[in-house]
Design a protein around this ligand. Structure first.
Ligand code: HXC
Length: 257
């Protein structure tokens, strides 16, 4: 049987590839369980400092698998906690997760990319929330994360008309951190991930946690969270090392402590 999720280690970076090319990487439980298991493994591995989630050149993921869920009834979806049980593992990752998107990122695929901490897009990437066409709605965070990323007007437009947005529009709207030529997508994303993984892991985690607070609290609460994290960073050996290395004009040797 083909493995629908592949994971590889590139130095300090964990790479997860969705591997259902025959179905444009449509997401069923096997795929999402596989992604969750790979994240579990990379989170537990002290040598990994950053995670990259990608698909193939045609699709990051063209959505939740329609055949898989079409006959679900309410009780099944509720009892199995569809979406929440395994999809949300991306959201709870403490190490940064970068989505490297080429081709289609539609429906649950777009939502999964948005669960990651940032999106690097190939110039071939196309984003959309076409669930309206299926008589349903984005159910993995699309109605909440998309407006936070691109604003209400564009989120309404995309979710209500089902149109797709290309990489340029997505970058201009704030959904995407960088656009990269398709043949360089993985190299550029792995490079950025390696840079992140070269820094102090606890500092990286505190920054990620603090930025995410911006979406979950008032400005004052978010600022207080950031200030406390900043104060706490003075307890880290890596802060002492980072600042000493700057003063001594040398490279820091972080110990993730
Ligand atoms: C299951 C899918 C799929 C999906 C594509 N395929 N998307 N199978 N679920 N979401 C399968 C097709 O059935 C086909 O299989 C193969 O992948 C290739 O797709 P084609 O349609 O032949 O390719 P193309 O003509 O290039 O069109 C590409 C496409 C189209 C525009 C992306 O496939 C499409 O519209 N897909 C559905 C997109 C969508 O509606 N996504 C949202 C799903 S709902 P065969 O066997 O025929 O070769 C959702 C809900 C999220 O995500 C809520 C919570 C998870």
């Amino acid at each position: 049987m083909t493995q629908v999720v592949l994971s590889e280690i590139h130095g300090k970076v964990g790479l997860i590839r969705i591997n259902r090319p025959e179905a444009l990487n449509a997401l069923n439980d096997a795929v999402v369980d596989g992604i969750a298991a790979a994240i579990d493994a990379f989170e537990a591995d002290d040598h990994i400092g950053c995670i990259v989630l990608t698909g193939n050149e045609k699709a990051f993921a063209a959505g939740a698998d329609i055949g898989f869920m079409k006959d679900f009834d309410y009780m099944h979806a509720y009892r199995t906690d569809f979406i929440t049980r395994n999809w949300e593992r991306i959201k709870t990752a403490r190490k940064p997760v970068i989505a490297a998107v080429a081709g289609f990122a539609l429906g649950g695929g777009c939502e999964m990319a948005m669960m990651c901490d940032m999106i690097f897009a190939a110039d071939t990437a196309r984003f959309g929330q076409p669930e309206i066409r299926l008589g349903t709605l984005p159910g993995a965070g699309g109605t909440q994360r998309l407006p936070r990323a691109v604003g209400k007007a564009k989120a309404m437009d995309l979710c209500l008309t089902a149109r797709m947005m290309d990489a340029q529009e997505a970058e201009k709207a704030g959904l995407v951190a960088r656009i990269v030529p398709a043949d360089q997508l993985l190299d550029v994303t792995l490079d950025a991930a390696r840079t992140i993984a070269s820094f102090s892991l606890p500092a990286v985690m505190m920054i990620k946690e603090s930025i995410n607070r911006a979406f979950e609290s008032s400005l004052n609460e978010g600022l207080l969270f950031e200030r406390r994290a900043f104060h706490a960073a003075f307890a880290m050996e890596d802060q002492k090392e980072g600042m000493a290395a700057f003063m001594e004009k040398r490279k820091p040797a972080f110990k993730n402590r």
